[in-house]
Write a protein that binds this ligand. Structure first.
Ligand code: GUN
Length: 294
């Protein structure tokens, strides 16, 4: 069994990006600038956005964090998005999800300039992704592809089962794994809350990508020998024995499933750090595209 070490690979990617930024600086070019809008004070979102800003510093990017209150109106958020769309200093930006209930997420995602949409959530970018056109691939699916690529995990002709159909992970992942090329060329089954007899499906899978958010959902008896297991779950489970009072727990019963798996991602230290690395990569791409005006 091989651990797909997202922490190590993400550090490698950050080192590669750092080198590229140094070269850009040496040529007198503007360094990439990522902005993040955070609405409200959800603890997990604060942590994620904080990690994204810290990662920018690490690779030499500029970053801007826009914090808006929990009572921000949809119009106020849309105004801020238009401001960032127009700001020539900002190469890319994200609006951290979820948003407070008074704000319509679809309207927000549609308002982001697709050329600055480094999350790849705008329908124009999502459509391009599905059509194999150059675009921004959403960071978590992009990170999973990169992990599979760097570890040389075979995907061609394999049966990939994706658990969860979220717009951020499950849905794009199901499209990407079925695309032509590597990683891809898989036969994909997308499962969700209405799927019947999920164990029958997962136990036939060569690759399982679980993005459900239910701690320890995937048990050893749901997995066949030598399966590749990608755990996207990052749920905070109360735990008094830790300093923070919670433990980050994945969708996979790691202790038992890892005994059967050929490759498996840990939680934490698997997919999570890869998401941040690929957001940086998308921001670098956005900056290069703006410079070349393509
Ligand atoms: N919330 C959870 N994951 C993500 C992500 O990748 N991007 C944004 N904007 N919000 C998220």
């Amino acid at each position: 069994m091989t651990i797909l070490d997202g922490k190590k690979v993400s550090n490698d990617i950050k080192d590669e990006i750092t080198e590229q930024v140094k070269k850009m600086k040496a040529k007198g070019e503007k360094v990439p600038h990522l902005a993040a809008i955070l609405v409200g004070n959800d603890g997990a979102s604060l942590t994620y956005v904080g990690s994204k800003v810290k990662a920018c510093e690490r690779v030499g990017f500029e970053s801007t964090l826009v914090k808006m209150s929990n009572t921000t109106s949809e119009v106020e958020l849309l105004d801020k998005i238009h401001e960032l769309n127009e700001d020539p200093n900002i190469d890319g930006f994200i609006v951290q999800l979820p948003l407070p209930e008074q704000i319509n997420e679809q309207k927000v995602l549609l308002a982001v300039n697709p050329d600055k949409d480094v999350d790849g959530f705008h329908p124009a970018n999502f459509g391009k992704m599905a059509l194999d056109m150059t675009t921004f691939i959403p960071a978590t699916p992009f990170g999973i592809l990169e992990l599979l690529d760097r570890y040389g995990v075979e995907t061609k002709g394999k049966h990939t089962v994706v658990i969860g159909r979220s717009h951020i992970v499950g849905r794009p992942m199901s499209i990407l794994m079925g695309r032509k090329g590597f990683p891809g060329n898989s036969t994909v089954t997308l499962t969700h809350s209405h799927t019947k007899n999920i164990t029958q499906i997962t136990s036939q899978a060569d690759i399982i990508i679980s993005a459900l958010g239910v701690p320890n959902f995937l048990k050893a008896e749901m997995v066949k020998d030598d399966a590749v297991i990608i755990d996207v779950g990052i749920t905070r489970v109360p735990d008094d024995s830790t300093e923070k009072g919670y433990k980050i727990t994945g969708d996979v019963d790691f202790v038992n499933v890892s005994k059967k798996a050929s490759y498996i991602t840990p939680v934490p230290g698997g997919v999570g750090p890869m998401t941040i690395a690929m957001l940086l990569k998308n921001t670098l791409l956005a900056c290069e595209r703006h410079r070349k005006n393509v």
